[in-house]
Design a protein around this ligand. Structure first.
Ligand SMILES: [Zn+2]
Length: 217
């Protein structure tokens, strides 16, 4: 099975399916349920590889009236092998991305659902730090910064969703001048949750354009 679904597409499909199961709980009119279901199928179908058996099983499963949350979760599992996941990075590769960090806390790979991750983000709570690894202009870049221990309700600069965000202060070296500027953005404290909410890859790219350190020439 060739992975052809992107992580943001997978998260979008998951959101659509979850919205559908919520609608089933709220709507008693059969015709309305039919219309909501048709809309969901119309939205997700173009994102699925049409020649895969799993796609056919998934779409056939969606036709069920009043699909339960449990059944929906089972259906979504059919898509996982078709998703191009975030790669596993060796300790060496991570060290290269964060050269200046002496004792880099490692991400907890075992608990990660890489098919949901468009970027990798983890916290070093003890040092109030957050680390991000994200694709940018065809390569992976590492961003680090201070993460405020205070959590507030607000819009995340990465996933554009309202949730528990914290001020992330990244240090950016201005090109040529040798001066450092700190850039503050409110982002989700929990980067795994943030990833699940990330359905637009452009939102991540825009964030990275603002916070990424300048490349040395
Ligand atoms: Zn977020």
């Amino acid at each position: 099975m060739k992975p052809t679904i992107t992580t943001t597409e997978y998260n979008y499909i998951t959101q659509q399916v979850n919205d559908l199961t919520s609608a089933y709980l709220a709507v008693n009119d059969f015709q309305v349920r039919l219309a909501v279901r048709a809309k969901t199928i119309e939205r997700v179908t173009p994102l699925l590889p049409s020649d895969e058996l799993n796609t056919q099983h998934f779409l056939a499963g969606l036709e069920t009236d009043r699909l339960s949350r449990k059944a929906a979760a089972k259906l979504l599992e059919l898509l996982v092998p078709m998703v191009d996941p975030f790669p596993v990075l060796s300790t060496k590769k991570l060290a290269k991305l964060f050269r200046k960090v002496k004792k880099l806390k490692q991400p907890e790979w075992a608990g990660l659902k890489r098919y949901e991750l468009t970027y990798l983000g983890w916290n070093d709570g003890g040092n109030q730090k957050k680390y991000l690894v994200a694709p940018y202009q065809g390569r992976l870049i590492g961003i680090q910064g201070e993460l405020s221990p205070q959590t507030v309700k607000g819009v995340c600069a990465i996933c554009q969703t309202i949730g528990n965000v914290a001020l992330f202060l990244s240090t950016t070296k201005s090109s040529g001048l040798g001066t450092y500027t700190k850039k503050g953005n409110y982002i989700c404290r929990d980067s795994n949750q943030c990833n699940r909410q990330l359905t637009d890859p452009q939102a991540l790219t825009d964030f990275l354009t603002v916070v990424q350190p300048q490349r040395k020439n």
